[in-house]
Design a binder for this molecule. Sequence first.
Ligand code: FAD
Ligand code: NAG
Length: 459
Amino acid sequence: MATTETIAASILIVGSGVFGLSTAYALAQRDAFKNTSITLLERLDFPAPDAASIDSSRIIRPDYADPAYAALMAEAHPHWRGSFGAEGRYSEAGLCLVQDSGDESGDNAAHYYLIKALENVKSKLGLRVGRREEGGQVELLETPEDVARVTASMGGDCGRRGYVNWTSGWADAEAGMRYLRDLVERTGRVEFRTAEVTRLHYSQDRVEGVELVGGERLSADLVVLATGAWMQTLVDLRGIASATGQVLAYIDITQEEQDRLGGNPTLLCETNGMFIIPPRNRVLKVARHGYGYANPTTIPHPERSGDTIAVSLPRTKQDDPNLNIAPEGDRACREYLAKCIPSLATRPWTQTRICWYSDTPVGDWLISYHPTYRNLFVATGGSGHAYKFLPVIGERIVDLVMGEERDVLGAELGKKWKWPAQRREEDQVWTDDWRGGVKGMILDEELAKGEIAAPRSRL
Ligand SMILES: Cc1cc2nc3c(=O)[nH]c(=O)nc-3n(C[C@H](O)[C@H](O)[C@H](O)COP(=O)(O)OP(=O)(O)OC[C@H]3O[C@@H](n4cnc5c(N)ncnc54)[C@H](O)[C@@H]3O)c2cc1C
Ligand SMILES: *[C@@H]1O[C@H](CO)[C@@H](O)[C@H](O)[C@H]1NC(C)=O
């Protein structure tokens, strides 16, 4: 591992999403790296429209059952409330977590999660429980009427019970990324290049460099791979992380609707993983935190010539401009919208998108040196929940690059994020994390189930 005596003279970061860009920023700011040349490669002009980190919105929620992520969020929160979230980049309108009719047996993870969180709220000292008007930070919603009260402007039936955390909010994801990009540029320490890496050059225990489209080769003392759901083309992550496609649908609304709905809390339904983020600039978004679609693809083995491997890879509008969400995802978004906001039930989507998570088996990220190639560091496996940490994650990544444990939390996070000792069997259900939707869906099979005009204009 790198120590202060063996600081790399050159670092190549591949991928400019949350993980790559925040790493660049942290490196650029550390004294230890003041003589290091730092290059950030990104396959598309920033901001890459199909990157997981680029979208109209991302939920910023402190409600983690896991104390380590809750503690990390406690570090990130003041940034969102401060300059990072200024100029409309962050809105603290609350997160309303609900359960709908569905499995009540308690054996699904979602059910368990909410009950656990509720118990947590009830027993927590120091959090003000009560209505927002009365200064409450967390408001219990014990009946459908309670849910209807806090979601009144939506006019529908949004769930049976749950709670609102009024200290939660959501961020304009692209604006947050642009803000950070600007901070990185202003350090003057990072060279940005738009270039796609086609492969890494591996030797027995090192990465000699990377190859770009067109054949150019770049070498560096340290390569940080942060290519999100696309990781599998460059390093073998079978049984460690996998790309899952998630559905998003956007709808245009009127100014009157914007005024009525814009101040609502984000709505997240545990029973089916559906969520609605309050509209901004007259666009409302409906999405699903689901098991997602796999897109099985056979590619050359990234580390050994001659072999091939089968992995799930993203397919986006960059690959096929006509790609829209599959019928089952379209239906799920439509049904949830119609139930919660009946007045929008028949309005067509303005656009839809499949956005790709890099999913790990238990939702912990993968931020670690590679066990075989000692100058290769990976930062990925966001598992659908890394955006909210944008202001602080780079510092934690660079701590691990340097092999330093800044504090107890850092040590704990380092353990969670380290390269796993065992790869998971690929034929199992991919994630144990709580999710909505059906397990085991294949993108092409779902797309083939019916013709959906793009964008959809019937119903
Ligand atoms: C639909 C959806 C909803 C989400 N909701 C939330 C939320 O509410 N709250 C939250 O906290 N998080 C949320 N997340 C998760 C969060 O957005 C991700 O965890 C985070 O953005 C992952 O960042 P990344 O850097 O790993 O990936 P990305 O942002 O995808 O970045 C990877 C980058 O690498 C580039 N790249 C890929 N291959 C190459 C190559 N060969 N050469 C050069 N460049 C390459 C890509 O173009 C891309 O820009 C959500 C994610 C999705 C998809
Ligand atoms: C609500 O937010 C606070 C921090 O703002 C957090 O401590 C708490 O755990 C959150 N959720 C619950 C269910 O208590």
